[in-house]
Design a protein around this ligand. Structure first.
Ligand code: HEM
Length: 244
């Protein structure tokens, strides 16, 4: 499954033009996707937590309860990457940062990647693939149930994230992909329910998800982008006046 996610992340169909290519011989042709510096930075940044996890695992540096540490860290990385992918569209509409749109999908897929690790740790390391116990825990612990629901949404979005699915589903595709906000909110509920005492940090993440959701609502988004266009126009007029 993890190999599949990686193939989706580096899939040329998800927005990265396959520009540079070379051939080892006449019959073996290997193509590499051409990344911008920003894209390289994002991919590298998203893989750093994985490198740190692997290093800490091999150095026995994962606290006295390594399984719980892995569980908590992968959950946190998944949530942060999910929020970053949700931030991409507002970064473009509010600040005109167009490059953010190119990394929206990889960030979402990286979030799914860490959520899959999180789930695999839960079923494999924590419950040793004992399906009876896993089912019992999932239905007994309400936070596990909402986490599972969020995971299922992320799975369906990851599967349908290719250009092929976008074409096949037409208008339904964008409607389906709005469910990413529901996934975000479910993860926040998951987090709030599993934290025993201080819920300030989960609520802070929740506030971020809600702000990003509000920025997507047309009545909020339209005036913001109109304001941005007005600022651009004023700037352009000033620079033209200076140039005279
Ligand atoms: C697929 C079903 C899921 C299950 C069974 C599950 C289970 C768990 C468990 C057992 C913990 C640790 C509880 C503890 O030891 O105190 C946890 C924590 C967490 N999970 Fe999940 N989870 C699931 C899905 C998700 C998803 C999809 C995300 C994010 C995209 C997520 C984000 C988190 C976060 C942020 C934490 C808390 C990390 C912290 O306190 O630093 N989980 N989850």
């Amino acid at each position: 499954m993890l190999a599949w996610i990686w193939s989706r992340i580096t899939d040329p169909l998800f927005g990265i033009p396959m520009q540079s290519s070379f051939s080892f011989s006449n019959f073996i042709k290997v193509s590499f996707p051409k990344f911008s510096k920003f894209q390289v930075l994002v991919h590298f940044g998203a893989l750093i937590p994985l490198m740190l996890l692997v290093m800490d695992w091999f150095n026995n540096n994962l606290t006295v309860n390594p399984i719980q540490a892995l569980q908590l860290r992968t959950g946190k990385y998944a949530l942060v990457l999910l929020i970053l992918s949700l931030a991409c569209t507002p970064l473009n509409t509010v600040f005109g940062f167009r490059q953010a749109l190119k990394v929206r999908r990889p960030l979402g897929l990286y979030a799914f990647f860490y959520a899959s690790l999180h789930f695999l740790i839960f079923i494999g390391l924590d419950y040793q693939f004992n399906w009876d116990l896993i089912l019992e825990a999932t239905f007994e612990k309400r936070y596990a149930l909402v986490g599972f629901a969020a995971g299922l949404i992320l799975l369906s979005l990851a599967i349908t994230s290719t250009k092929g699915w976008k074409k096949r589903l037409g208008k339904t595709w964008s409607r389906l992909h709005k469910f990413v906000y529901l996934a975000g909110l479910l993860v926040i509920v998951h987090y709030v329910w599993l934290v025993k005492s201080d819920i300030r940090i989960p609520l802070l993440y929740g506030a971020l998800v809600v702000i990003l959701l509000i920025l997507r609502i047309p009545v909020v988004r339209r005036p913001v982008s109109q304001l941005k266009q007005h600022h651009r126009f004023v700037k352009l007029r000033k620079s033209l006046q200076l140039g005279r």
